[in-house]
Design a protein around this ligand. Structure first.
Ligand code: R5P
Length: 300
């Protein structure tokens, strides 16, 4: 089955590497803004009867959402056989309940839109907290991949005597896996969010792990508040400066600078979102699922 990959300009390099790994064609798009700010989309490659893969991490999705919608509609009008959205980072997963009167559950509204635009979604470590499974909100087939094994491999190669630390209850799902894959002990902290940028962290008794190297693991770092606060609490207990590993480098430029000058020794991320801190490569994880399950499945 012929397959072709499209991406936005900022993700072209990753998309091209993926195209090589799965032996797909690299598609060409013409994207621009009209003088009034409206979006122009033109598909320059032939997509008729092809499996189309859109490689697009969904960080900072609001400004490009309409372009993506127009792209999907245009691909269908040109006869694409199937549209697979590969979004290593899946946005809008954290507003998964009504926290305050008057709010909506935007994770579910966003899922409804994406489910109408594409046929299949492939993603890595979505923020599953109160929603246990993507199929509770997405009506299309979804493939959820986990970076835990890649993170454990990185730890095994780079850290002696690690103590894996998860900042909150929901992190236990990936922290426990990383700890068991890397044969390390782990602890889970308790976190109360006070605002967008402010959290309160309490640590369990970790006296017996004093000689270990703390490795903080979180799925997302955004404002950096969670890991900065945790590293301050670790310092109070006389622990070494932590290494901080996260899957999705959502940082703002300010938060990354703040982290670099904090009590954190090193910041390591997966390249689900491209960022200077990327050290763990997720492309093979994605290419294996596309090759084994999606393209083969469609052939048969
Ligand atoms: C939240 O539940 C996530 O797992 C992260 O802990 C959170 O998104 C980190 O955000 P920030 O860097 O703004 O503290």
């Amino acid at each position: 089955m012929n397959s072709i990959i499209f991406s936005f300009p900022e993700n072209e390099k990753m998309a091209q590497q993926l195209a090589i790994q799965i032996n797909a064609e690299s598609g060409e798009l013409s994207l621009r803004k009209f003088p009034d700010g409206e979006s122009y989309v033109r598909v320059m490659s032939d997509v008729k009867n092809k499996i189309v893969i859109i490689y697009c991490p969904l960080n900072n999705i609001d400004p490009k959402f309409l372009t993506m919608f127009f792209l999907c509609q245009t691909l269908r009008s040109l006869g694409a056989k199937k549209i697979i959205l590969v979004s290593p980072y899946l946005s809008y997963m954290r507003q998964d309940k009504v926290f305050h009167v008057g709010e909506g559950i935007t994770s579910s509204y966003f899922a409804t839109l994406i489910s109408k635009m594409v046929d299949t979604l492939v993603t890595i470590d979505p923020h599953l907290h109160r929603i246990g499974n993507l199929n509770e909100i997405y009506t299309i087939p979804t493939y959820v991949l986990n970076s835990a094994e890649l993170i454990s491999d990185w730890i095994k190669q780079n850290v002696d005597h690690p103590l894996i630390i998860g900042p909150d209850a929901e992190s236990e799902q990936w922290v426990s896996k990383v700890a068991s894959d890397s044969n390390s002990p782990y602890v889970i902290l308790s976190k109360t969010r006070l605002g967008d940028n402010e959290v309160q962290i309490s640590l369990p008794d970790i006296e017996k792990f004093k000689q270990h190297k703390p490795v903080l693991i979180d799925d997302i770092i955004s404002s950096g508040g969670t890991v900065i606060k945790t590293s301050q609490e670790l310092k109070k207990l006389g622990m070494a400066k932590p290494i901080c590993i996260c899957v999705h480098a959502l940082f703002t430029p300010e938060s990354y600078e703040k982290l670099k000058s904090s009590e954190i020794e090193r910041i390591v991320t997966c390249n689900t979102i491209e960022h200077p801190s990327n050290e763990i490569d997720i492309l093979e994880l994605i290419s294996s699922v596309i090759l084994n399950e999606l393209i083969k499945g469609i052939k048969n």
